[in-house]
Ligand binder design. Structure first.
Ligand SMILES: [Fe+2]
Length: 281
């Protein structure tokens, strides 16, 4: 679809669109930013190709959509703390984001979205998948939706970054290690209403959501396992094969994503900037 300034071409049936006609290194006019924002709301993840941005330009583009997030567990770049360098070296075993999740959903106000910029990619592999959480909710039965509405789910970084977590520093280049600051919990609605579109979506987040409020993990597991399977059903997904210079901008409020770890022996370097969001309701 041709908007006034950019061209938006759907990428998969469920979600995703390629956006052409915008140079993200530039200080884009407000109406172009508005078109990009609308494309994000319509398609949930948008992709840009052949971008050349400095870290400052990447940050400046992201700031057009909100204030920037500092990850509470992973250290940002030395000179640019709001940029997380997602680096996997040839000898690293573990990758960052290698399971279905939403980014830092355990925050009181989880992010609006992230803008991920590919700096160095393997010759093949390292694709990212996203899943549409509006569809995950809408495709449930009336009875199931009625049962889920009003439930509260516990979010926590503890299993990924807490004292009992697998130490990232042993087998990855991610700048964090098990620590007690990850030992906290947050409560969010299991079914969330998107603050801009008004549509309802499912809001589970893999290992960040270990149980429902007032239930044990064991009691919660059958339902949460079913919901994670529902959240990530193939017809609800899209997949991006990266080239250096590509940018993906996703709406973290209504999607999950998964970074494939299928390129052992190669380096992959991405820059992630995350935009603050608001309290789910
Ligand atoms: Fe992620």
């Amino acid at each position: 679809m041709k908007q006034q300034h950019i061209t938006v071409t759907p990428w998969a049936g469920a979600m995703g669109a390629l956006v052409e006609g915008a140079d993200l290194s530039q200080d884009l006019p407000d109406d172009v930013i508005a078109e990009i924002r609308q494309a994000l709301l319509d398609h949930l993840v948008i992709f840009f190709r052949r971008q050349e941005m400095t870290p400052e330009q990447h940050l400046a583009f992201a700031r057009r959509f909100g204030t920037l997030n500092l990850h509470d567990q992973v250290k940002g770049m030395e000179d640019h703390p709001e940029i997380i360098e997602v680096r996997k070296e040839p000898q690293d075993e573990r990758n960052f984001g290698g399971a279905w999740h939403g980014d830092v959903t355990y925050m009181e106000e989880p992010p609006l979205g992230s803008i991920l910029y590919a700096k160095e990619v393997p010759p093949v592999g390292g694709d990212t998948l996203w899943a549409n959480q509006y569809l995950a909710y809408e495709e449930l039965s009336d009875g199931m939706r009625a049962m889920l509405d009003g439930l509260t789910v516990i979010h926590t970084p503890a299993k990924i970054y807490g004292l009992q977590s697998q130490d990232w520093s042993k087998d990855s280049s991610v700048k964090t290690s098990p620590n007690e600051t990850a030992e906290y919990e947050t409560e969010h609605p299991l079914i969330r209403t998107h603050p801009e579109t008004g549509r309802k979506c499912l809001a589970v987040s893999g290992l960040f959501t270990p149980r429902l409020k007032d239930m044990t993990e064991e009691e919660s597991a059958p339902l949460l396992d079913f919901l994670m399977a529902q959240a990530t059903r193939e017809p609800f997904t899209c997949r991006w094969r990266w080239e250096a210079g590509d940018v993906a901008f996703w709406d973290n409020r209504c999607t999950l994503h998964y970074a494939l770890n299928d390129y052992h022996g190669h380096r992959r370097v991405m820059h992630r900037v995350t935009i603050n969001g608001d309290k789910p309701y």
